[in-house]
Design a protein around this ligand. Structure first.
Ligand code: FE2
Length: 294
C-alpha cells in the first residue's frame, strides 16, 4: 500500500510540477489548506439552512449506492438543475417516513448547488480552483454537478468503489472531481479511499439513459484492485482531486461524528457531452465555467 503524497495549497492554485507528476502517476491529488475554515463553515451553514427550509412533505428520495432504488425516481432524475435533498436508507421506514430528525437523515444535497446558491457559487468559482483545473488540462471547464455529502453520524452510508466517469459521460472522458472536506474526515468517520494509479485502467461501467430508463452497463468486467486501496484522511479545508477514471469510495460512518464534504464535478466543454447522461439541465440553466456572473 503506497501512501499518496500531500501538497500544501499554492497561493494562486496553479499546480506545481511535483503535483502534476503525482496527478499523472496516481490520478489523485491531496491539497491541504485549499479552502479556508471560514469558507468551509459558510458552506456547512448554507447546507443546514437548505435542509431547515426543506419540508419532507415536498418530496424526498433515498440515495444509496448499495441499493440503487433512486434510479427510477423522478426526484433524482429532475435534480440536475435544482437543489434537492436525498436521504439515507437507514433513516426511513419501508413507507419512506423519517425515522430520525431530518438533519440526521440526509445522505446528500444535489446537484446544482454551484449555480443556484450564491455561497456555493462563490466558493466553487474561486480563482484558485479555476487555475487548478486549467493546470490539470481542462481546456474549457464546465461545472456540471455539485453535491454536499452529508455522511451523518451512525447512519452515513457506504459509497461503493466507483469511477466518476461512469456517471458523467463525455467523449472523450474528461470529468474531474473536486472533493472538499468541510469537516475532518478520517478512517473513523468514513473518509475517502482510492486506488492510486487505477485511473490508467479501463472504465468499468456506464450509468446512462437507455429507452427512458437509467441503466448501469458493464463496459469491462475487470474487478477493482481493492487490495491497493489507500485511505485519504483529510482535515477540514483539504481538497482531494480525483481523475474521472480513478476508483474511489468511502466506508459507512458508524462514528458519532459527522463527515460532511462538498463535491464539484467539472468536465471539458471541448469534449462531447453524451446525450444519455442522467444529468439534465433545462434551457434556463446551461452549464457554465469558472467565470463569475456579473
Ligand atoms: Fe465519486
Amino acid at each position: 500500500m503506497t501512501a499518496v503524497p500531500r501538497f500544501p495549497a499554492a497561493r494562486d492554485g496553479t499546480p506545481t510540477a511535483a503535483m502534476l507528476a503525482a496527478w499523472e502517476r496516481d490520478g489523485v491529488l491531496v491539497i491541504e489548506g485549499a479552502v479556508t475554515p471560514a469558507d468551509c463553515d459558510a458552506l456547512v451553514e448554507r447546507s443546514r439552512a437548505i435542509v431547515d427550509a426543506w419540508d419532507p412533505a415536498e418530496g424526498a428520495a433515498v440515495f444509496s449506492t448499495t441499493a440503487p432504488r433512486h434510479a427510477a425516481d423522478r426526484w433524482f432524475r429532475e435534480s440536475g438543475d435544482r437543489i434537492r435533498v436525498f436521504l439515507e436508507a437507514g433513516a426511513v421506514d419501508a413507507a419512506g417516513a423519517l425515522l430520525r430528525p431530518k438533519h440526521q437523515a440526509v445522505n446528500k444535497l444535489g446537484h446544482a448547488m454551484h449555480d443556484l446558491d450564491p455561497v456555493f457559487d462563490r466558493v466553487s468559482r474561486r480563482p484558485q480552483l479555476a487555475a487548478l483545473a486549467a493546470g490539470l488540462g481542462l481546456a474549457d471547464p464546465l461545472l456540471v454537478q455539485s453535491m454536499v455529502i452529508w455522511k451523518p453520524p451512525a447512519v452515513g452510508g457506504e459509497v461503493t468503489c466507483h469511477q466518476d466517469a461512469t456517471f458523467l459521460i463525455t467523449e472523450p472522458s474528461s470529468v474531474v472531481g473536486f472533493w472538499l472536506a468541510l469537516e475532518d474526515a478520517d478512517a473513523g468517520n468514513g473518509c475517502l479511499y482510492a486506488i492510486p494509479g487505477g485511473h490508467r485502467g479501463p472504465l468499468r461501467q456506464r450509468f446512462h439513459e437507455v429507452d427512458d430508463a437509467l441503466v448501469s452497463q458493464t463496459l469491462d468486467p475487470a474487478p477493482f484492485d481493492d487490495a491497493a486501496a489507500v485511505p485519504l484522511p483529510a482535515r477540514k479545508g483539504t481538497l482531494v482531486v480525483l481523475h474521472g477514471k480513478l476508483p474511489h469510495g468511502s466506508a459507512p460512518n458508524t462514528s458519532d461524528r459527522s463527515r460532511m464534504a462538498y463535491t464539484l464535478h467539472v468536465v471539458d466543454g471541448a469534449a462531447r457531452w453524451h446525450p444519455g447522461n442522467w444529468l439534465r439541465r433545462g434551457p434556463d440553466l446551461p452549464f457554465r465555467g469558472f467565470v463569475p456572473v456579473g
